[in-house]
Design a protein around this ligand. Structure first.
Ligand code: TA6
Length: 278
């Protein structure tokens, strides 16, 4: 089943249901904000205080950070780029089988983007919804000049209790701790007992999120960097779109092209950043 729906304030989204899972994707940002497998609790976390307003990023789901990740050198520019608040177009929907649904959404360069980022581009997101969830973000350089992007599939995962989870697969991997602004080396699994905001580099292997209720694997393609984020108590309390205790039920594990993993595309070239969540 695929339905085009609108929230009370007019924000349009697509609802997908098949034998294996259900999902919701807002046209703003091509933002998947719900994914739940049959007979399971939601796997992707969504703040119950999220705004669903035009021009404001939904808090949770899998925001698309593009064409830059993080803060822009100019404070007037939106953090994490403009793709996640732009209105995308639904190009194609295919119910490949009763177990799998595929969607393709597209963002084409528009005049209003040029003042933010003066390049001609085409951006496509291909989402496969089934027992596993796949997002593939393809950037095409439609310009005569090369351009460089940083980006992330900024995935929010629902967890039973942040203090009991661990993330396997980043052992002995270097990272930038953006809380302390120091470069560190990961020893053992990642555990969260404070604010964590780390950009791991030279990431090779698939990751495994160990939660009390389940184990989730995240396999990336076209990416050698991963961001792990939890705002913890104080930062969460300062966020208008997160209730105070919400940090306890979420962790971000983001498949990225960040820092040294930025990607430069020659005219006509394309790059795909993929996350497979199973
Ligand atoms: O991915 C981690 C991060 O860059 C954090 O620094 C925090 O800002 C988070 O993204 C959320 O950013 P947002 O702009 O969605 O509030």
């Amino acid at each position: 089943m695929i339905e085009q729906k609108k929230r009370d304030n007019g924000l349009e989204y697509i609802e997908v249901r098949n034998a294996q899972a259900q999902a919701k994707i807002a046209l703003q940002g091509a933002h998947l904000f719900h994914y739940q497998r049959e007979n399971e609790d939601p796997l992707i976390w969504l703040s119950d205080a999220s705004f669903f307003e035009t021009g404001k990023a939904i808090r949770g789901g899998i925001p698309i950070c593009w064409p830059w990740f993080g803060k822009h050198p100019s404070p007037k520019m939106p953090q994490h780029g403009f793709a996640r608040t732009a209105l995308w177009e639904l190009l194609e929907v295919e119910e490949a089988s009763e177990d799998e649904t595929e969607l393709t959404l597209q963002l084409h360069h528009l005049p209003q983007h040029f003042k933010l980022w003066p390049h001609r581009f085409e951006l496509r997101l291909h989402i496969t919804i089934g027992r596993s969830l796949t997002l593939a973000l393809t950037t095409t350089n439609c310009d005569e000049q090369s351009f460089t992007i940083t980006s992330a599939l900024h995935s929010y995962f629902a967890v039973s209790d942040i203090q009991t989870i661990s993330i396997e697969g980043l052992e002995n991997t270097p990272y930038l701790d953006t809380v302390t602004n120091r470069r560190e080396m990961q020893t053992g699994r990642v555990r969260i007992t404070q604010e964590v905001d780390r950009i791991y580099q030279q990431v090779q292997s698939p990751l495994t999120l160990h939660d009390q209720k389940r184990t989730v694997t995240i396999r990336s393609e076209g990416s050698a960097s991963v961001v792990v984020w939890n705002p913890w108590i104080d930062k969460c309390a300062r966020m208008a779109d997160m209730h105070d205790g919400a940090y306890r039920t979420m962790v971000c594990i983001e498949t990225a092209n960040a820092l040294d993993d930025a990607r430069t595309l020659a005219p006509g070239a394309e790059h795909t950043l993929t996350a497979v969540i199973a």
